[in-house]
Design a binder for this molecule. Sequence first.
Ligand SMILES: *Cc1c(COP(=O)(O)O)cnc(C)c1O
Length: 368
Amino acid sequence: MLQAPILLTPGPLTTSLATRTAMLTDWGSWDSSFNALTASVCADLLSIANGAANHCCIPLQGSGTFAVEAALGTLVPRAGKLLVLENGAYGQRMSKIARAIGRDVTVLSWPDGVAIDALAVKAKLQNDPAITHIGLIHCETATGLLNPLSEIAHVASNAGCELIVDAMSSFGALEIDVQALNLCAVIAASGKCLEGVPGMGFVIAKTAAVSLANGNSPSLALDLADQYDYMQRTGQWRFTPPTHVVAALRSALDQYFAEGGRPARLARYTANAQVLIDRLKSAGLALFLDEKLQAPIILTFHAPAHPDYQFTAFYNAMRERGFVLYPGKLTQIETFRVGCIGAINSAQLEQAAHAIVDVLTGFGWLDR
Ligand SMILES: *Cc1c(COP(=O)(O)O)cnc(C)c1O
């Protein structure tokens, strides 16, 4: 069998053999051992966010977007108003969700690659006192930019607004303290920095907000208040749980803590990112973002300026060498993205950087 390719993407990503092996057991959905598994996973997710005092962890079947939609529908009351802070495709998706579920929504936007400005948010809140909630993307995966979470959290708290954070691509690697930052909710998923497999989202939310949220949700399946209530009463998921995904996440969390938890994970991803930046830069490929704004999660590079450059041919040649790249997500500029997350280390990123340079040079798109 050919060796599995290394996924340099923001998820699904490369997982460890132990994580994949954890899926070899079939679990009954109302067996007490499976309920214990769910409870232990939720307790650990809550502890990673320092949320044990005032928050709860609500898991949800589906990809990350399902959890974002569930969080907005459950936590923003029908009479509420949501301010979405956009500087990329995931911010745009959040406001699109809010409109689709009928919430009153207003948007502040910045161009791709420009960080959200907390002072502009403060001014917006002063000018529009109807705003009750703010939606923020922590790491905007479309570019890899890290938004200033704590500054925005302080602005929100001072204005008495609730902050809902899509931390899908940062949770588990970058610090998020829901208690210290007084966050209403943080949304993430099994298959990103925690290095589980995809299929389960989760929302870490203020328990008080969840208990006031009955009847908010425009959806039955995505009603987190109902999911939480049912789980509290029965220990079970409301509908068929993604049993193998939960078991894989349990194993992935064990490995996470054994590795040294969040600081160790961040250190590994930072080393991964640095190798790529150094190697590709010295080959003449430019990072799209200002390095100060770059999260060590996913990197966006300008494509070579050569007129014949084509992502598909580049992708296929890289795939043949055992690496899966990610296309750019910017409309105006030709870019490609390389993920730094997953069960991969800097030696593998070194090989990937070497292959990128070799392939692009081979096509004649990069000067030697
Ligand atoms: C991955 C991701 C999501 C969820 O995307 P899905 O395709 O639904 O898993 C949402 N927000 C951000 C910032 C992400 O990186």
